[in-house]
Write a protein that binds this ligand. Structure first.
Ligand SMILES: Nc1ncnc2c1ncn2[C@@H]1O[C@H](COP(=O)(O)OP(=O)(O)OP(=O)(O)O)[C@@H](O)[C@H]1O
Ligand SMILES: [Mg+2]
Length: 338
């Protein structure tokens, strides 16, 4: 049994945890940042190094699940080993008093979920900039044989960028910390929170082995939402949503938000293919196609504008008529043939 005030069995249930001011594994809890379905994230003071960190405390039920614990230990180690500008650095992951915790860089900003809720669909160039950063993080993880499995707006943190060319800096977080695969193998009992199913790949749903291409699918769902304001599939209940991921074609992006570059429809359709073999091989391949479609649309618009600028108002082009007569010097050539 845990000591009162250190571990709270109701941690992710939405009640204040009473941990403020408490010391957990060398960190003093200073304030709650937010909570998801399986964890609470606090702003905390690393007492050894005297710096602010984000301290994530996982729900005690997860510590009791052996599969989760093993994967948590393995994946936190791998995630901590990846040094990438768009992956939240993990400082420490461990267990104390039956509670799994992760200490990581505190990212001042908001997550992409909050940004979309506040601003709605993003301008295509901004959406493409964020997608590029997340794609580079995912491909780096895949190069370490690490599949994220839970790419979604809530796991993409957006901080201020360094200059006007890069106005935002995206960080990917929460590698391997998904309950979805566990729930699908019977871990989650009826009524427990599984998390959003808006971004889950068909092969995850059917319990097949997953590789980096499941992250390509989820990233495509996120990119779709950043551009359209809604994820590709919306259904009234979870079963229907899972069915849609498995069998329904995604609605064209331009149908959701007319005015978006038409070239994006094919790119998104390929990234959202039901079969991993039919998707882009890497996240960067997918996002470079997204950027090309956005750029082409801009260039097309510019070309149109240039044409309008070059033409003199009031002098319409001559109407098509019969071809002009050949010049006199060419007559000997044509005589006798025409
Ligand atoms: N390193 C960090 N720095 C600052 N804020 C963070 C950090 N990591 C997570 N957060 C914030 O903490 C909150 C809770 O995160 P958490 O991962 O528990 O939930 P989630 O990803 O939204 O949902 P889920 O439980 O489905 O994963 C989010 O609002 C997130 O933006
Ligand atoms: Mg998260």
């Amino acid at each position: 049994m845990a000591e009162p005030g250190t571990t709270d069995p109701d941690l992710p249930a939405g009640r204040p945890s009473g941990l403020l001011g408490k010391q957990i594994a060398g960190y003093r809890v200073e304030g709650e940042i937010g909570r998801g379905g399986m964890a609470v994230v606090y702003r905390a003071r690393d007492l050894r190094l005297d710096r602010t960190v984000a301290l994530k405390l996982l729900a005690p039920e997860l510590a009791r699940n052996d599969t989760f614990r093993k994967r948590f230990a393995h994946e936190s180690r791998v995630a901590a080993a990846i040094d990438h500008p768009h992956i939240v650095p993990v400082f420490e992951a461990g267990e104390t008093e039956g509670l799994l915790y992760i200490a990581m860089r505190y990212v001042a900003g908001q997550d992409l979920r909050a940004l979309l809720d506040r601003e709605g669909p993003l301008p295509p160039d901004k959406a493409a900039r964020i997608a590029l950063q997340v794609a580079s993080a995912l491909d780096a993880a895949h190069a370490h044989d690490l599949v994220h499995r839970d790419v979604k707006p809530g796991n993409i943190l957006i901080a201020a960028g360094i200059d006007s060319d890069r106005p935002e800096h995206a960080y990917l977080t929460d590698f391997g910390l998904t309950k979805k695969s566990l729930s699908l193998t019977g871990f989650t009992s009826v009524g427990q929170f599984v998390g959003t199913l808006d971004y889950v790949a068909p092969e995850q749903i059917s319990g097949k082995p997953v590789d980096g291409r499941c992250d390509v699918y989820s990233l495509a769902c996120v990119v779709y939402e950043t551009l359209a304001g809604v994820p590709p599939f919306r259904r009234d209940d979870d079963m229907a949503l899972l069915w849609a991921h498995q069998y329904d074609p995604p609605p064209p992006l331009t149908g959701e938000r007319p005015g978006l570059p038409a070239g994006l429809d094919d790119v998104l359709a390929k990234a959202l293919a039901k079969s991993p073999e039919e998707r882009y091989g890497t996240c960067l391949e997918f996002v470079s196609e997204v950027r090309a479609a956005v750029r082409d649309a801009e260039t097309g618009r510019d070309r149109g504008r240039d044409r309008r600028r070059r033409s003199v108002p009031g002098t319409p082009p001559p109407p098509p008529g019969p071809p002009p007569e050949p010049p006199r010097w060419a007559m000997p050539v044509f005589r006798g043939r025409l």
